[in-house]
Design a protein around this ligand. Structure first.
Ligand code: ZN
Ligand code: ZN
Length: 336
């Protein structure tokens, strides 16, 4: 069945196929909403429903669906903006080739490698390519890319002009898996560039010392950590609270910790920037591990954009205001 659908999609003209895969990402193996990840998400939330609710309220399909996919959450104005943003970003990604992002790591890697060769001369070390070496390389590649995402996220909150673009994600007033795609393109571009840039530096240093090109362990074209993370990624943007407990949450960022990141409460502001690992937040003093389940209001306490176009152009206007204000302040300080 799936094979024949994929065969059918293959026969589409290129542009039509790309558009089809944006509209129906469950058929796109590279997409976070590919049917395997989506089914796992549904099984997980049904499991949570079964454990938490069915004993007191009884198990019924209608009740389970209402618990897992509350109509009010999925049909609210904020969710409609999430869906529109998802579609527009998907179409933009077709127009703007994403290949450039992926060559950035190679360009950075080559530059760093050449730089080190110029500084210390060509490395004479001959290292045998073993599985152990590949595993070591992969472990650090996972850490470096996760740190890249963390640090980009940290800057998106701390630099006022960048915050204006990241705000589009935080103005969501409810969390559903499509909120995970609600990003301004500038915000998305910065996050991916940072991740790939950090990875490129790491690749350049590593390849210099082992004197050869090396590749990380991947599954389905994804770094192993990204592949495994996709099975729980949608819980980050959902109304289902899943915590990893006090100790494990200091190592891995639980979905509940990302809910805290979206909370309106002042004490939750600018906490839990991490994606996979939590120790970056621990190191930067931004970790917040909830001890018990907390009742949260999602959003910034400001009203959401009135329409989808505001989500795209307002950040440019606001960022421009922020930058001009900073430049004026700088000019005044110099004049005094
Ligand atoms: Zn954020
Ligand atoms: Zn989020």
């Amino acid at each position: 069945m799936l094979n024949s659908i994929q065969q059918f999609i293959q026969e589409f003209p290129e542009l039509l196929r790309s558009l089809f895969l944006v509209a129906f990402p469950v058929f796109n193996p590279h997409h976070k909403l590919y049917f395997i990840y989506t089914i796992v998400f549904i099984i997980l939330i049904l499991g949570v429903y079964y454990i938490r609710e069915s004993k007191s309220n009884g198990f019924g399909l209608r009740k389970a669906l209402a618990y897992c996919f509350p109509k009010s959450l999925y049909t609210q104005q904020s969710a409609i903006l999430d869906y529109q943003c998802y579609l527009i970003n998907g179409i933009l990604a077709i127009i703007v080739s994403l290949t450039a992002f992926f060559t950035l790591s190679q360009i950075t890697s080559d530059f760093v490698n050449q730089f080190l060769c110029g500084l210390f001369g060509k490395s004479e070390i001959q290292v045998e390519m073993t599985l152990a070496l590949k595993i070591v390389y992969t472990i650090f590649a996972v850490l470096v890319t996760d740190f890249g995402v963390f640090y980009a996220h940290y800057l998106q909150h701390k630099i006022p002009a960048l915050w204006e673009f990241h705000k589009a994600h935080h103005l969501a007033e409810g969390l559903n898996p499509i909120t995970g795609f609600r990003y301004h393109p500038i915000d998305l571009g910065l996050k991916h560039s940072m991740k790939i840039f950090f990875l490129g530096i790491y690749m350049g240093i590593f390849s210099y010392f082992v004197n050869q090109e090396i590749t990380a362990i991947t599954i389905a074209g994804l770094l192993i950590s990204s592949f495994l993370f996709r099975f729980i990624i949608h819980l980050r943007h959902s109304h289902i609270w899943v915590s990893f407990g006090w100790h494990l949450s200091h190592i891995f960022q639980s979905p509940a910790m990302h809910h805290i990141h979206h909370s309106e409460k002042v004490e939750h502001h600018e906490k839990n920037f991490g994606l996979i690992f939590s120790f970056w937040d621990y190191m930067f003093g931004t970790i917040y591990v909830p001890k018990v389940r907390e009742e949260l209001t999602i959003g910034l306490g400001e009203s959401d954009y009135q329409n989808i176009w505001q989500l795209y152009y307002v950040p440019f206007l606001e960022a421009y205001k922020r930058i001009s204000k900073s430049l004026n302040r700088l000019a005044n300080a110099r004049a005094n």
